[in-house]
Design a protein around this ligand. Structure first.
Ligand SMILES: [Zn+2]
Length: 257
């Protein structure tokens, strides 16, 4: 049946050995308190100076593996080195239609394959390989999706819409907002950058966990049920408004509902 409820998923981006560890642990402890499993996006070999501003932690992979093994988090591969370059090539599914940077979009299929495989092998070496993909800057193109399918990925945490959808053998779980807020319908993923979090962001996260913990799910709980056509039209409608609203640079979507 077509079910118009709401579910919330949290993801923590840019997890790397030189991240803001205090903020990372602060959020992990918050999710633990409410027994909610967030998705973390781990960069296999981070080379992006913008997000390695803190002291390098030698225990990185052990800490990550412990979190995964103790089922505190789900893990995804967040690109390879997070080195972004300017590009305007995008998959129609990409929510990053407004992002002009990517680690992959526009590269040849072979180049993308090599990079993604290198990242995947690093994660495998440390025992935290994942079939969930999180694209740096939310950007990917059609070749990225083909390569991800070839390499055994099953879920992409991104895509444009209010509800998850299947396409090209992949489950897309759209990511819509950064700041947690209540919504009337949808499967809503909030993307939290713990490196530059703020007290307000933390408080908004806790507020939502407090009021709606029964509606918070793990990304692995996502299922695409019946009523595909209904979801399809809602996603199209959402895309239309998202593009309209963002293109005239209004921040209507950032008003708390
Ligand atoms: Zn990132």
């Amino acid at each position: 049946m077509f079910n118009m409820g709401v579910k919330y998923i949290f993801r923590l981006d840019d997890v790397n050995p030189s991240m803001n560890w205090n903020e990372f642990h602060r959020y992990i402890n918050l999710f633990k308190k409410y027994n909610i499993k967030p998705l973390i996006g781990v960069i296999p070999d981070n080379q992006d100076k913008e997000i390695k501003k803190y002291e390098f932690n030698d225990n990185f992979w052990k800490i990550i593996k412990d979190l995964v093994d103790s089922k505190v988090v789900d893990i995804s591969q967040h690109g390879y080195q997070h080195q972004l370059f300017p590009t305007s090539i995008q998959s129609p599914h990409s929510i990053g239609v407004f992002s002009k940077k990517s680690e992959f979009s526009g590269l040849s299929r072979q180049e993308q394959y090599d990079k993604i495989l290198k990242g995947k092998n690093i994660m495998k070496e440390y025992g935290v390989e994942s079939d969930i993909w999180m694209s740096p800057a939310h950007t990917l193109d059609n070749s990225t999706i083909e390569v991800l399918v070839d390499l055994g990925f099953k879920i992409i945490t991104d895509g444009s819409g209010l509800f998850p959808f299947k396409s090209e053998k992949m489950l897309f779980v759209p990511q819509q907002f950064e700041r947690p807020r209540r919504m009337p319908i949808g499967v809503i993923t909030f993307c939290i950058h713990t490196n530059n979090s703020s007290d307000i962001l933390y408080q908004d996260t806790e507020k939502l966990l407090e009021s709606s913990s029964n509606d918070c799910i793990s990304i692995r709980d996502v299922k695409v049920g019946k009523g595909k056509l209904g979801y399809y039209f809602i996603n199209k409608l959402f895309q239309f408004f998202l593009i309209k609203i963002r293109s005239i640079k209004l921040l209507i979507l950032d008003i708390r509902l």
